[in-house]
Design a protein around this ligand. Structure first.
Ligand code: IPE
Ligand code: IPE
Ligand code: MG
Length: 231
């Protein structure tokens, strides 16, 4: 079964480059190529939502040059792929703190979101300046603001969820992390509560369609109980 929503923690760009005696930027560049391959593969396989963890709220700790290089790649990706999005009906969306993005990235992101808004194929959600804790705090503040005229009763999960970044997007069914790390690094903390986790030892720049298919096949063998018991 194809999981409707896959989230990917695309990790290992730096190690991929290091192993080749290259600068970290070379790893990010190859990482972009891997992202293009996997977006196409996921779309062809019939995935409905693909969330790509592209830059975390903690990645600002990196050297300014590395951060600038990553944002340059993101801009290239957003403005260079429009024909591909159109051909494949791919809709671009964003998760994360938009207000904290560099102005030029905001502009490209807004343009790509607007230009693909009517496309009805797979949705690619770029988690950019994204942190799960940050999203929860922003959602809590929005929920409080919305409740100002309300009765002050405690929020339900459903009311709270409606204030997350993309409330219409169903939670991820499968979360993949590459480069062998067994942690979420602040990815989709709320939505990922019942996601199936899959860790691949391969570095992200080496990822291709067969790796995605292997992850999906592994997912298909899982029994999802959501706290219930087997039939
Ligand atoms: C993932 O690769 C890309 C981002 C986090 C932006 P890394 O840059 O984290 O690669 P490693 O973990 O250093 O190998
Ligand atoms: C997670 O990778 C963030 C993204 C893939 C964008 P990191 O490389 O930042 O995570 P840690 O530091 O190893 O936990
Ligand atoms: Mg990393």
């Amino acid at each position: 079964m194809i999981p409707p929503h896959i989230g990917i923690i695309m990790d290992g760009n730096g190690r991929w480059a290091k192993g080749r005696g290259l600068a970290r930027s070379a790893g990010h560049l190859e990482g972009l190529n891997a992202a293009k391959r996997i977006v196409k593969a996921a779309s062809d396989l019939g995935v409905r939502y693909l969330t790509l963890y592209t830059f975390s709220t903690e990645n600002w700790k990196r050297a300014a040059e590395e951060v600038a290089f990553i944002f340059d790649l993101v801009k290239q990706y957003l403005c260079g792929e429009l024909a591909f999005y159109r051909e494949n009906g791919i809709r671009i969306r964003h998760a994360g703190d938009f207000s904290g993005l560099p102005p030029d990235v905001k502009q490209e992101l807004e343009d790509a979101i607007a230009e693909t808004a009517g496309f009805t194929g797979m949705q690619v959600i770029l988690a950019l300046n994204y942190g799960g804790r940050d999203e929860i705090v922003r959602a809590a503040n929005r929920a409080l603001a919305a409740d100002q005229a309300g009765d002050g009763r405690p929020f339900s999960e459903a009311i709270f969820e409606a204030h997350l970044d993309n409330p219409d997007v169903p939670p991820p069914d499968l979360i993949i992390r590459t480069a062998g790390e067994f942690r979420t690094s602040n990815f989709m903390l709320w939505q990922g509560a019942y996601a199936e986790l899959y860790v691949s030892p391969k570095f992200w720049p080496d990822w291709d369609k067969p790796d995605l298919m292997a992850a999906i096949e592994n997912y298909s063998s899982r029994e999802r109980k959501f706290g219930g018991v087997s039939e």
